[in-house]
Design a protein around this ligand. Structure first.
Ligand code: ME8
Length: 649
């Protein structure tokens, strides 16, 4: 156990000042996926999140809500914990800065700084942004407002303690420059050096006296410790730093990854490392500043709040779908836009069509052709088998390589390569055709076996990103009690799942959604009858009765059929339409019907299609047929008593 590799990952601790929106969930879902991935690949992981409960902003918001500050905060913290529960955030510790364990350790840290001469008493006369809890100089303002949030700053004038930042500035710059992995993505590094370090770092005010919602300065109770010093310390106080029992600290610090939004990069790559230097402790290996999740213009009003409430989104679409969207849609590090349209499109394309369909059609075939008992594969040198196996065996390494670089979206792209290859494998092998020929039973068994094994690979790899989907896939694969075949290690070789395993189709993983209905119900888009555009939209793709009547639909009797030379798919079919001569059509039926089985059938026929030539053979109409989701084709036959040539309307 002790020689296991460790991985410590943190998220910012959230202000319990307001309900969190889908943007905040983004950080925590990403951290959870990283943490789960490391656990799955054999690390001993510590994943910390929590709440940042002190400061003037929270105190004012509680006052505005007419509640005692502690009650106000407790309610929102409960709400946040429920949100993380619903999004399957498997943290190892949730720290609240109002907890005794934290407060005691922060007091010790402050005293240490003071005794070491890093802190001195003075007076702060200057500007402050309360929503950001940040000090600004006149020069840094943006048209007189806070450069981070754009809101008004306040002038404050109070006695305060200051931290001598300048003492450590050169060492920090040197560290940033000699450790390219310290600030990621790399583009954010120069911003910190050029905007904050090069102009000269000013001493930081680290206490306040005009309110009392915070940790008192141990030896001067009129002051409370500046909320950012208090909050940043959580990353080590939660591990027991400064306590007799600091085993976790010794095991996990320095952090491997501290995930934050880019707006709080300055606090994490300037103040935080300087505090650590002053404590004589190592710096985190990487501080990763991800981008912002924006909303499309006009979608931020309260009435449209549903569309960005992560709890409602998770309840309606499943937490796995929300997690997938957040992780897949935006290359990690860049800004991105959240819109309900793009969310639903991802669900329909990637989850319902690609993943859901693969699982449901494979299991349907396993049940239909093998009564759900996994057949024994026969060794083969078919190129499609080789391709599927090699994509499957390559995928775990590809996913891991992307995750190691924090490219979560690319990791999912690598995983979907196997989903798509598996769907193509079905189309290439057409198991429904193999099923028609008893001599091809072995081949059919091999195809089904390979597909089930491939789904197992996919489910194993999905676990960190969408933990519920594998949970509902295991019983379908008969693997619910088989941790070994759910493990990352089991992906080293192909063929882990045993022939004879009983598989069983379950409910569809991701049913397709109707975009228009979702936009109306969730976002409150106008119902159809209220706008002309809606009416037009609804009628888009519909045809009028006149349009339909243009199609000359008839009953046709098949009188002869034969293969079109040099084609695997086409048959030449002669039909009787009650006309003087029979008509000839070319139909893509060769993989579904033997020519001799067609003769005598009465089918629906489009009689007024413009003639075309297919493979040089004239085709004068079209036989109507149904294609089921597995690609199997069935002709639309009618009662044979119907007179050939009868009109259909
Ligand atoms: O900043 N897209 O807390 P916070 C992406 N308490 N990320 C977003 C976002 C969006 N639309 N909106 C917010 C604090 N975030 C401090 C942290 S850590 C010692 C103290 C991210 O609740 C934001 O970038 O205001 C930040 O990383 C996190 O949510 C918490 O924001």
């Amino acid at each position: 156990m002790l020689d296991k590799k460790t991985f410590y990952i943190t998220t910012p601790i959230y202000y319990p000042s307001n309900k969190l929106h889908v943007g905040n969930s983004y950080t925590t879902v990403a951290a959870d996926a990283m943490a789960r991935f490391k656990r799955l690949t054999g690390y001993r992981v510590w994943f910390l999140t929590g709440t940042d409960e002190h400061g003037q902003k929270i105190q004012r918001e509680a006052e505005a809500a007419g509640k005692p500050t502690a009650d106000f905060v407790n309610e929102i913290v409960d709400w946040i914990k429920e949100l993380w529960y619903e999004l399957d955030i498997a943290y190892d510790d949730f720290i609240r800065t109002s907890e005794q364990r934290h407060k005691e350790r922060v007091s010790k840290i402050f005293t240490h700084f003071y005794e070491q001469g890093d802190i001195y008493k003075g007076k702060y006369e200057g500007l402050y942004c309360t929503p950001c809890e940040a000090y600004w100089t006149e020069r840094q303002l943006d048209e007189g407002n806070c450069p981070d949030c754009g809101r008004k700053v306040e002038l404050i004038d109070e006695e305060a303690y200051f931290f001598r930042m300048s003492r450590y500035a050169d060492r920090l710059q040197e560290h940033i420059e000699s450790h390219p992995e310290f600030i990621l993505p790399p583009s954010r590094k120069n911003e910190m050096i050029n905007n904050f370090l090069k102009p000269g770092l000013e001493d930081l005010c680290v206490s306040r006296t005009s309110f009392d919602w915070g940790i008192p300065v141990p030896y001067d109770q009129d002051h409370v410790i500046y909320v950012w010093l208090d909050a940043l310390s959580n990353y080590i106080t939660a591990l027991g730093y400064g306590d007799e029992n600091d085993n976790l600290y010794r095991e996990f610090w320095p952090a491997d990854v501290q995930l934050i939004g880019k707006d709080i990069l300055r606090f994490h790559t300037i103040y935080w490392p300087i505090f650590l230097m002053a404590l004589g402790e190592p710096l985190p290996k990487t501080v990763f500043g991800h981008g912002w999740l924006m909303l499309q213009e006009g979608k931020m009003s309260k009435s449209k709040g549903n569309a960005i409430d992560p709890r409602l989104l998770a309840a309606r679409y499943s937490s796995d779908a929300l997690r997938y969207f957040l992780l897949r849609e935006i290359p990690f590090g860049q800004d991105g836009v959240f819109s309900l349209e793009s969310f639903i499109t991802r669900i329909n394309n990637d989850l319902a069509n690609d993943l859901g369909n693969l699982v449901s059609r494979t299991l349907t075939m396993a049940e239909r052709y093998f009564d759900g008992v996994l057949p024994e594969p026969v060794s083969s040198d078919e190129s499609t088998d080789e391709k599927l196996r090699s994509v499957a065996l390559h995928a775990p390494g590809a996913v891991e390589a992307e995750m190691d670089q924090m490219k979560i979206s690319d990791a999912l792209i690598a995983l979907w390569e196997l989903v798509r290859t598996s769907n193509r494998y079905i189309d290439d092998n057409m198991p429904w055709n193999l099923a028609k020929d008893p001599e091809k039973k072995d081949r059919l068994g091999t195809v089904i076996y390979n597909l089930i094994e491939s789904i197992r690979f996919i489910a194993v790899m999905l676990q960190p990103f969408m933990p519920r989907t594998p949970e509902s896939t295991w019983p379908q694969l008969g693997l619910e009690n088989n941790p070994e075949l759910q493990s990352w290690d089991s992906l080293k070789t192909w063929g882990g799942i045993k022939p004879g395993t009983v598989v069983k189709r379950g409910e569809d993983l991701f049913p397709r959604l109707n975009m228009q209905a979702e936009l109306r119900e969730v976002r409150g888009d106008k119902p159809a009858e209220e706008t002309e555009t809606r009416e037009q939209e609804e009628h888009e793709g519909l045809i009028t009765l006149e349009d339909f009547q243009k199609v000359d639909l008839r009953v046709a009797e098949i009188v002869a059929a034969e293969k079109v030379p040099n084609s695997d798919k086409l048959l030449k079919v002669d039909v009787n339409l009650g006309e003087k001569n029979t008509r000839q059509v070319v139909a893509g039926l060769a993989e579904h019907y033997k020519p001799e089985d067609l003769t005598g059938k009465s089918v629906l026929f489009v009689a007024n299609l413009k003639p075309v030539k297919l493979r040089g053979v004239l085709s004068q109409g079209m036989l109507l047929a149904a294609t089921d989701p597995e690609g199997e084709i069935t002709l639309t036959t009618v009662d044979q008593k119907t007179t050939p040539g009868s009109r259909v309307s």
